[in-house]
Ligand binder design. Structure first.
Ligand code: AMP
Length: 411
């Protein structure tokens, strides 16, 4: 199938050709006609499948075709909600690329940067807004954005949005838009809470499933290293010196872990960048930019900071810490081995992470090959470290003052 077969108009076909796309991806083939048909759609697809164009292209077409409508001017007609600033920026960039030959205006709004320039752009008028939830609500509170004329609402990476605690914000935003709007929901996984959200918001949606999250990418070679927790850094250095080559994305579970590994690798002479939620927007963009343009070869990140970010030609993913949610493993290793390239995924498993491996292998239905030959093997008899929970002497239901304070995110 070609983009022409999808009945895209000339300005979009030209932009798609400029972007170097020959044919639509599967998610585009399935989603674009539904969106053009004004249907609500729930699509299960991960980053890397071409899902951004799957909603951006038909949105641009629908708005372009309606350009002579009386509401032309200062009203926001399409709103895309994204959980992270990086993803919002990426989506915004795609709208600019695909919309290059339309006169539709789009902008990206997110927190962590000055609000005034965003108000200025909104005052001049835009057709498409890509936003993170918090800043969008701030702008709405300040009467800087009017959502009364939104015709299409997109919730991107809905599962991550809920994981990050945005459920109430998302519902609030949805209620600020007209009830008659078209709703599109994209999510890498479809846990129960995403289904619930979809039931709340979408009207008789069409369902599209592109990549079952349980299938690990075929052109990624997976290797498992059993290693004591205390030796993970040594193992990482050993592999960097001897085995792993190219552009490497290392996942750690916590921001603290990311910082600690960055210090160690820097001390050992490696140029690294890091991505996590405590870094400023400018720092995150610089880090990502350096990694994308090859100035640094190693990026260390938490899942949330790295999710949804499109990085070309990633040679290897290292799961320095294993994720407790098995689907996250599939997302992580799916960052490499894209578009026909070959990739490697190295996973470190300490005694207390063995249960995670069981869940991952059950999900992907594959036994991950174990690398026996390395200098820091785990003694099979080594018991997991049990962390005593503080405050366990308190009766259930009673919370200490500290724990009553807002829980700080660790990703
Ligand atoms: P996404 O899943 O939207 O993050 O897209 C992943 C990557 O695929 C991006 O770099 C897009 O530019 C690229 N892409 C999207 N659609 C196509 C297509 N039809 N052909 C080739 N590349 C594409």
């Amino acid at each position: 199938m070609s983009f022409k077969d999808l009945k895209l108009n000339k300005p979009l076909l030209k932009a798609v050709a400029d972007a170097g796309y020959d044919n639509p991806t599967l998610v585009q083939e399935l989603t674009i006609p539904m969106v053009l048909d004004r249907k609500d759609v729930i699509t299960s697809a991960q980053t890397g499948t071409g899902k951004t164009a799957a909603f951006a292209l038909p949105i641009l077409q629908l708005l372009y075709d309606k350009q002579d409508a009386p509401k032309k001017g200062k009203t926001v007609k399409a709103l895309v909600i994204s959980p992270t600033r990086e993803l919002a920026l990426q989506i915004g960039k795609n709208f600019k690329t695909y919309g290059a030959y339309t006169n539709l205006r789009s902008t990206v709004i997110f927190g962590g940067v000055g609000i005034e320039p965003q108000i200025e752009i909104l005052t001049k008028g835009v057709d498409i807004v890509v936003a993170t939830p918090g800043r969008l609500l701030d702008l709405h509170k300040q009467d800087a954005i009017n959502l009364d004329h939104v015709e299409i609402l997109v919730l991107d990476e809905a599962d991550l949005m809920l994981d990050m605690g945005f459920i109430d914000d998302v519902k609030k935003i949805e209620r600020l838009c007209p009830e008659t709007k078209q709703n599109l929901l994209f999510s890498a996984t479809m846990p129960y809470k995403v289904e619930e959200l979809a039931k709340d918001i979408l009207k008789a949606p069409e369902r599209i499933e592109v990549t079952p999250t349980s299938s690990a990418a075929v052109n990624v070679e997976q290797l498992l290293f059993y290693v004591p927790k205390r030796n993970k850094i040594e193992l990482c250095l050993h592999l960097l010196r001897n085995t792993i080559k190219g552009n490497i994305l290392i996942f750690r579970r916590t921001k603290f872990g990311v910082d600690k590994l960055e210090q160690t690798l820097t001390k050992n002479g490696y140029l690294v960048e890091r991505l996590h939620g405590d870094r400023t927007q400018a720092e995150r963009q610089t880090a990502l930019g350096k990694f994308k343009n090859g100035m640094v070869k190693i990026l260390i990140a938490t899942d949330v900071a790295a999710r949804g970010i499109d990085i070309d030609q990633l040679d290897a993913v290292v799961n320095f810490d294993l994720p407790s949610v098995p689907e996250t493993y599939v997302h992580r290793i799916g960052r490499t081995g894209r578009a026909g390239f070959f990739g490697m995924a190295y996973s470190f498993c300490s005694a207390d992470e063995k249960s995670y491996i069981k869940k991952i292998e059950h999900l992907i239905n594959v036994q991950i090959p174990v690398e026996q030959e390395h200098p820091y093997p785990l003694d099979p008899k080594e018991k997991p470290i049990v962390h005593k929970r503080q405050g366990s002497k308190y009766k259930k239901g009673r919370k200490s003052e500290a724990s009553k304070k807002k829980k700080k995110r660790w990703y």
